[in-house]
Design a protein around this ligand. Sequence first.
Ligand SMILES: C[C@](O)(CO)[C@H](O)COP(=O)(O)OP(=O)(O)OC[C@H]1O[C@@H](n2ccc(N)nc2=O)[C@H](O)[C@@H]1O
Ligand SMILES: Nc1ncnc2c1ncn2[C@@H]1O[C@H](COP(=O)(O)OP(=O)(O)OP(=O)(O)O)[C@@H](O)[C@H]1O
Length: 287
Amino acid sequence: MHPSITLPSPAKLNLFLHIVGKRPDGYHELQTLFQFLDYGDELTFTLTPDSPDIRLAQPIPGVADEDNLIIRAARALAARAGKPLPGVTISIDKRLPMGGGLGGGSSNAATTLVGLNWLWQLNLGEDELAEIGLGLGADVPVFVRGRAAFAEGVGEKLTPAEPPEDWFVVLKPDCDINTGKIFSHEGLTRDTPKITIRPAFEGDASRYRNDCEDVVQKLYPEVRQGLEWLSQFGPARLTGTGACIFGRFPTESAARIIWESKPSGITGFVAKGVNYSPLHQKLTELT
Ligand SMILES: C[C@](O)(CO)[C@H](O)COP(=O)(O)OP(=O)(O)OC[C@H]1O[C@@H](n2ccc(N)nc2=O)[C@H](O)[C@@H]1O
Ligand SMILES: Nc1ncnc2c1ncn2[C@@H]1O[C@H](COP(=O)(O)OP(=O)(O)OP(=O)(O)O)[C@@H](O)[C@H]1O
């Protein structure tokens, strides 16, 4: 039996998302609150000592292996290690909708960096892994660090936060939203005044908005209808640039009652918000 490890790759929510400016390189400066969900993909890493190849057991439909953030993360880590390493085969149990604002690809990249650092026994520190992660995507560092956080810059300046660990109904309206298209939309507001938060942010995130929500609702009636339906029952928001939306509930049973009554034809799930990533939780249990 070759050494093997199965690790969670959780989703994130942007409990709020403010666009506070635009950088000279065209990227938008954000202030956002990230919380993890106890729901996500699962990756299994199996070392193949007889072959140096880094490969996927099965491709993700619509994503070329070369572009897959899992392969890109594993290669970036191997390059940083700078020594011969055993090959690895990675299989994916994909549960998160792609391009849904739940950070699935970024989370897969982070689980790969953290998991292979462990399996290859590289002992790189969290700062170094987060730096490699930032080269793969702005949302990767928060998944590498594994703590809910208030994020600034493009998402890389992180202050740990402890929002309430509520339950969420997460719905995926039936549309695909391109992040670049939303960020380049002329109707997007880019001047929300910067806020300062108390260290640890224990406040009520639903006081704050997602600045992408107006544009996304205008372009995608499915999102508007979903938000209208969900907000009857409590605070509801878009995560990232969508398409997923979430409603917040104090208990699992309250969330499940609403989930059961969702309109037909809409997919999604019920999950708990967690401030410590299930990935890091699992690794703690293993060591
Ligand atoms: C909106 C968030 O989901 C918040 O968590 C993320 O910042 C999005 O991060 P991401 O999915 O890694 O985004 P990318 O795939 O890198 O971005 C796609 C495109 O959106 C635009 N973009 C993205 C992030 C950002 N802060 N400003 C931008 O202007 C850029 O044109 C970029 O080329
Ligand atoms: N392992 C992967 N899993 C999912 N998507 C991937 C992966 N590797 C590359 N991608 C590409 O990344 C794109 C964005 O996927 P992802 O699921 O991260 O979006 P998202 O949930 O909108 O993320 P964000 O909230 O960061 O915008 C996909 O459309 C796909 O082309």
